[in-house]
Design a protein around this ligand. Sequence first.
Ligand SMILES: NC(=O)c1ccc[n+]([C@@H]2O[C@H](COP(=O)([O-])OP(=O)(O)OC[C@H]3O[C@@H](n4cnc5c(N)ncnc54)[C@H](OP(=O)(O)O)[C@@H]3O)[C@@H](O)[C@H]2O)c1
Length: 241
Amino acid sequence: MARNLSGKTALVTGASAGIGKAIVKNLVDHGLNVIATGRREAALDALVSKYGTDRVAGIAGDLNDGEFVAELVASASHVDILVSNAGVLKYAPILDLTYDDIEEMVHTNVLGTFRITHEIAKAMVERGRGHIIVMTSTAAREVYPLGSIYCATKHALSAFANALRIELQAKGVKVSEIAPGMVDTDIRESSDHPDVIAALSARKFEPLTPEEVARAVTFALLSSDNCANDLIELRPRGAAS
Ligand SMILES: NC(=O)c1ccc[n+]([C@@H]2O[C@H](COP(=O)([O-])OP(=O)(O)OC[C@H]3O[C@@H](n4cnc5c(N)ncnc54)[C@H](OP(=O)(O)O)[C@@H]3O)[C@@H](O)[C@H]2O)c1
């Protein structure tokens, strides 16, 4: 039997924009209470105003800041569901990426995601239940030109999700990886290299919508107790490689 999500609580990272914002809406629509986090406080406040303080709480901060993560964990360690979704992307030819670009992607997509997921996973194991959703990408399965370090970070995140699943499955915690292809969000805005702009404008398919990815998240969460959606890959039609 599909699980009833109503009344459960979820922590969603990267909730201030794009896919995370759509996930918050979808979870609220399914009756969950949501703790939404991201750095942009005004965007989180807008979610709280839209859905009400009884359904959404916003906690603003940087996942690369250990003190902030400790505060977030103190307020969110009780959650039934963690959606580890925050991430950054900078596309450029590998030799044109700056060290700052590389560091930001590795810090946010790998270390920042590991830290919050690790802490919330410990609390779930203590209670003997929980579901962790890890947002990777098709970039976790393939390496493509202009996406080098982003692909490396998503490969690392996928390995982390697999490791969590293997070790926590006997402790009542499910781990699902959601791996979308291109989604229509602002994530590519900082990728202004002319090769990237040319490649993006030559694309012959429509990106996925954030809502389509949010529905995949909810599909994984709704699976019955003995059914584990380990990996959901979704691509825009026409983008298979
Ligand atoms: N769009 C795509 O084509 C695509 C495809 C596959 C996978 N994904 C993955 O989906 C996830 C969401 O991406 P998106 O497309 O929705 O991008 P987006 O619109 O740029 O949203 C990224 C989210 O991550 C948060 N974030 C970034 N750095 C953070 C930090 N240091 N601390 C806390 N929060 C941080 C941002 O919040 P603040 O800026 O407010 O901090 C924002 O809410 C990412 O993991 C991305 O890799 C995206």
